[in-house]
Design a protein around this ligand. Structure first.
Ligand code: BGC
Length: 432
């Protein structure tokens, strides 16, 4: 079995993680606060803003046929209502460069970062953001739409509920540890934890956020969500997607979701059912008429009778501490297809490992799963590996290496890895 002709095989990046100097964005501000949670600031990132041509050429020379990247709202609209023509021209050049190299550009409008002005106005908790995002989507589509076949409105639009669940777990852990500590010194609670420092930091971080954004807990895109603010993101998607389709009906428009392969051990079934409803099914009313759904998967999550379980004893873990489990992608595609009948594009799938031969293994096994789905007639149209480049992994900084291409942090020199050519081989099979 091989991938069908015309199947999209590519790699993905996000503006903030690769371009460098995204100075008007909320992340930039947070990275530079004295009590920031970021391991390091994004700085020049991979200098992709200036080196995109080299990167797209490497992608194309390896045989890949698609490049998924995001345009940066904070660059395009640095102040509310003022669009920067030079910045939109930059992205026009990136698209042109893709086409010159025979590569299909797939553009994401929002990949986690927002302009500072939007957050100061109430960000991803304010009704007005729906209209602001729609206006931005219309501007980008008017400027670039004639060159595009695929637009992802919002990356991992379901992230906020996952963050809410994680922060709840952390809070519980902190509570338990504080109780267990009693009057003992905190240092004895658990290796590597320093709760008084964390609490102290939280207080200062709140003050710094207040200064920067006018709120101690600014409503960022990735902030923990309530049912209302969760819905707001999907309403923004709907408004933008409908506006794009009205301008260019031929553009395929979709959203992307972060989806785990939720697996139940005996007794874990109710958790899996509830988890899948929360992670995926309750969004169906907003997305079921989209042209495609972007599936993004990295690993599986296990549940037992007491709730979520750690990775199995002895499992191989990635740099992110995820279980190395490429079969998760196939499982997620099959489960999504039970409810969502439109086309599916794997917009992200990848692994952070130092040893590239593990990445090669991951890609082979993940794509074997995609091929099995295709053999069963599932409408999978593409596979984008995350990521083209070793890049800025948000709060974890530059320590995670997801890339098909290594980037020297001093010289920015690119070194393609074996995995790039392996993925390229799959892509070559699909050439029309
Ligand atoms: C995000 C990327 C991120 C990747 C690896 C996805 O959640 O879309 O921005 O770098 O996962 O953690």
């Amino acid at each position: 079995m091989s991938l069908p002709k015309g199947f999209l095989v590519g790699a993905a990046t996000a503006a903030h993680q690769v371009e460098g100097n995204n100075t008007n964005s909320d992340y930039w501000l947070q990275e530079h606060m004295p009590h920031t949670g970021f391991a390091e600031p994004s700085g020049t990132a991979c200098d992709h803003y200036h080196r995109y041509e080299e990167d797209i050429k490497l992608l194309a020379d390896a045989g890949l046929n698609t490049y998924r990247f995001s345009v940066e709202w904070a660059r395009i609209e640095p102040e509310e209502g003022r669009y920067d023509e030079q910045e939109i021209a930059h992205y026009r050049d990136v698209i042109r460069c893709c086409k010159d190299h025979g590569v299909e550009p797939m553009v994401t409008l929002l990949h986690f970062t927002s302009p500072v002005w939007l957050i100061r106005k109430g960000g991803w908790a304010a009704e007005s953001t729906i209209e602001d995002f729609r206006r931005y989507a219309i501007y980008v589509t008017k400027q670039l739409g004639s060159e595009l076949k695929y637009i992802c409105t919002i990356n991992e639009a379901n992230m906020g509920l996952q963050i809410a669940a994680i922060s709840k777990r952390y809070q519980l852990m902190a509570e338990q540890a504080r109780k267990a500590a009693g009057k003992q010194s905190e240092g004895k609670v658990q290796v590597g934890m320093n709760f008084s420092k964390m609490m102290e930091n939280a207080k200062f971080a709140a003050m710094e956020n207040m200064q920067a954004f006018g709120s101690p807990q600014p409503p960022l895109f990735i902030s923990a969500k309530t049912p209302e603010t969760d819905a707001l993101i999907f309403r923004a998607h709907r408004a933008a997607a409908d506006a794009i389709k009205a301008l260019y009906p031929q553009i395929k428009v979709g959203i992307t979701l972060s989806l785990h392969d939720l697996q139940a051990l005996p007794g874990g079934e109710p958790y899996v059912r509830a988890g899948w409803d929360e992670e995926f099914r309750h969004y169906l009313p907003w997305i079921q008429n989209d042209d495609f759904l972007g599936v993004q998967n990295y690993t599986r999550t296990l549940y037992g009778e007491g709730g979520q379980l750690p990775a199995p004893e002895g499992a191989e873990l990635t740099q992110m501490n995820y279980e190395f489990y490429p079969e998760a992608l196939e499982h997620v595609i099959r489960r999504v297809h039970e409810d969502f009948r439109g086309d599916l594009i794997v917009t992200e799938n990848g692994v952070a490992v130092a040893d590239d031969s593990r990445r090669v293994e991951f890609i082979h096994r993940a794509l074997a799963g995609v091929e099995r789905c295709l053999a069963d007639g599932l409408p999978v149209k593409g596979y984008m590996y995350w990521s083209l480049l070793d890049n800025f992994e948000w709060q974890k900084g530059y320590s995670m290496t997801f890339g098909l291409i290594a980037v020297d942090r001093q010289t920015f020199r690119r070194t393609p890895k074996e995995s790039l050519s392996v993925l390229g081989e799959y892509a070559r099979e699909t050439a029309l």
